[in-house]
Write a protein that binds this ligand. Structure first.
Ligand code: ZN
Ligand code: ZN
Length: 351
């Protein structure tokens, strides 16, 4: 099949032109619709911690980069092969927009674990035309229908975008490790990921213990749904947690001394670290004692993302959001770098 590669859809976005550079307005073209494509007008875009990494920490492939992989919008046009989306539908797009579709994880709809690496929503390379993908800090997006999701009924459009990265990133491991009634579950770090993890774990029926280093977050964590809050800087409180947990979800992105958290795991229990720190600081003997496991997890695939959205709608789970205007993007990025956000920034792309 011959495919014409045309880029005829003008888009306005915000791009970083170099590593560490501020985001500036940028006009570019998105691709013409392919057979299975959905074009959307973006209404809201969440700001994720990995956007900072992409722009500042050498994760980037090629500048200019338009970040943003938590996207909520409305369908404006569809390709001839699209039947389940129509113009005006409210939809979401997350961190990946394609994958090889033939490897084992892809066939099991765990496309985020594609062996050929999934196509990232921004700063990725399109599998068909080889172009760079441009993210959600813009007025539009074009994606294959397989990676576009309906906003479920009852889910508030202005708050849903962060579920597409932060939400699925914590939902997926909580499900994989069978968090539910009768399980004691720890959530380490009450930020963009952790605050949603507390809500999901609570809604799944587990006994939820939040770990925080900041006294100011104790009350907040309880309000989010934690049954207990442990101040992890208090050695006495940490000692009392030994052999208590069926599962611990760690959202901390910096390396820190993990020994007290490993000790807190029961026999055969797992600590799943989501923050991708540069290294793990722990005594391996603590894993031997208790046959404990240290693991990690990526975002969920298409099947689990749909399930997460339904679960969120059913249980009324939203991120806590600070809404910002387009002209506040750089300010928001600076504040995020200092962890000064309660708990997720969402850009209103119309303002
Ligand atoms: Zn993200
Ligand atoms: Zn694959």
């Amino acid at each position: 099949m011959t495919q014409k590669f045309e880029f005829t859809r003008p888009a306005q976005g915000f791009a970083a032109y170099e590593q560490g550079g501020a985001l500036k307005p940028w006009t570019f073209n998105r691709r013409s619709l392919r057979h299975d494509d959905v074009a959307i007008k973006i209404l809201y875009a969440g700001i994720c911690h990995s956007d900072l990494h992409a722009l500042n920490d050498g994760w980037a492939g090629e500048f200019p980069i338009v970040p943003g992989h938590e996207i909520m919008g409305e369908v404006t046009e569809t390709g001839p092969g699209v039947t389940d989306f129509k113009i005006g539908d409210q939809v979401l797009i997350g961190t990946i927009v394609d994958s090889c579709r033939v490897c084992d994880p892809c066939q099991q709809q765990m496309e985020s674990y594609c062996r050929a690496f999934p196509t990232l929503t921004y700063d990725g390379v399109d599998r068909i035309d080889g172009s760079r993908t441009r993210g959600g800090f813009s007025d539009s997006y074009v994606a294959d229908k397989k990676f576009v999701y309906h906003l479920p009924k009852g889910l508030e459009a202005s708050l849903a975008a962060p579920l597409m990265c932060a939400g699925i990133t914590v939902y997926s491991p909580l499900r994989h490790w069978n968090v539910g009634p009768g399980k004691v579950v720890g959530i380490v770090g009450i930020g963009g990921l952790g605050h949603l993890a507390v809500k999901y774990a609570r809604a799944m029926g587990a006994h939820v213990v939040a770990f925080t280093t900041s006294e100011s977050k104790i009350e907040e964590a309880k309000n989010l749904g934690a049954h207990e809050v442990v101040l992890s800087t208090d050695a006495k409180q940490m000692e009392a947690q030994a052999y208590r947990f069926d599962f611990i979800l760690d959202t901390v992105s910096k390396s820190y001394l993990m020994d007290p958290f490993i000790i807190a795991l029961k026999l055969d229990a797992t600590l799943c670290s989501l923050g991708i720190p540069n290294s793990f600081d722990l005594k391996p003997i603590l894993l031997t004692m208790g046959r404990r496991r240290l693991s990690s997890s990526g975002v969920g695939g298409t099947k689990e993302t749909k399930e997460m959205l339904e679960f969120s709608a059913e249980h009324g789970i939203y991120p806590e959001v600070e809404m910002v205007r387009k002209d506040e993007i750089n300010k928001a990025m600076e504040r995020l770098a200092k962890n000064d956000v309660r708990y997720r920034f969402v850009i209103d792309m119309r303002k």
